[in-house]
Design a protein around this ligand. Structure first.
Ligand code: PGA
Length: 251
């Protein structure tokens, strides 16, 4: 059985006080939720404070990105060791905002995935097509290219720890959500890519999250789909009630 993973991607939002307040609010609200994994990914400068505020709760903390080198002269970057030092368990990698705004290549994302796995952290690898790509009927091709490029060199054992987030770019922050059927179709495709390369046993345990305008009103039907193993939530993870609406809908 795959356990649902509901993760909040806070992006470049909130400040120190509101990050800590949100963490404290969530900590209280999730007491008693044991069957779902929950994580929050604050801006890196607030990870330590959020982790401290969450002490004693079952909410894990993740980062929104990482660099692949262990240490040294890489101005502005953070290493996996630093993320572990402040208590991170997850790292979002290859988010569409990093692919498209920061122009990250699948090659660079691949180096980050490998470094993250070697460090014992769990990568949440994002893949997803642009609206024009969906309309051109090349969604599968785009996802396969991102999948192959970002996971090159990942071993069977390592793959079991990878989380994949399918995030159609046209659904991120737009209020346009994929239908449960559209999400399920792509998730099935991703699971068969995993099976092709790593075998069915691995494909059966890898969690595939959906992301893109997930909120309480639409999450239940999406999360009920057999190949949707969680959600990566942006906007709706910034308020206790909105995030808890998603969690309470499936607990
Ligand atoms: P959204 O963001 O829920 O605000 O669409 C999701 C994401 O980018 O991970």
């Amino acid at each position: 059985m795959r356990r649902l993973l509901i993760a909040g991607n806070w992006k470049m939002n909130l400040n120190l006080a509101s990050s800590v307040a949100l963490a404290e609010g969530l900590k209280k609200a999730v007491a008693g939720v044991n069957d779902i994994e929950i994580a929050v990914c604050p801006p890196s400068v607030y990870i330590h404070a959020v982790k401290t505020a969450l002490a004693g709760s079952n909410i894990a903390v993740g980062a929104q990105d990482v660099y692949f080198e262990k240490e040294g002269a890489f101005t502005g970057e953070l290493s996996t060791e630093m993320l572990k030092d402040v208590g991170c368990r997850y790292v979002i990698l290859g988010h569409s905002e990093r692919r498209h705004i920061l122009h990250e290549s699948s090659e660079l994302i691949n180096q980050k995935v490998i470094a993250t796995l070697k460090a014992g952290l769990v990568p949440i690898l994002c893949v997803g097509e642009l609206l024009a790509e969906r309309e051109a009927g090349i969604t599968d091709l785009v996802i396969r290219r991102q999948f192959d490029g970002s996971l090159s060199g990942v071993t069977i054992e390592q793959m079991k720890n990878v989380v994949i987030a399918y995030e159609p770019v046209w659904a991120i922050g737009t209020g346009k959500v994929a239908t449960p059927e559209q999400a399920e179709e792509v998730h099935v495709g991703i699971r068969s890519m995993i099976a092709e390369r790593y075998g069915k046993d691995v494909a059966d345990v890898v969690r595939i999250q959906y992301g893109g305008s997930v909120k309480a009103e639409n999450s239940k039907d999406i999360l009920l789909k057999p190949n949707v193993d969680g959600a990566l939530v942006g906007g709706a993870s910034l308020k206790v009630d909105a995030f808890m609406g998603i969690i309470n809908g499936v607990k």
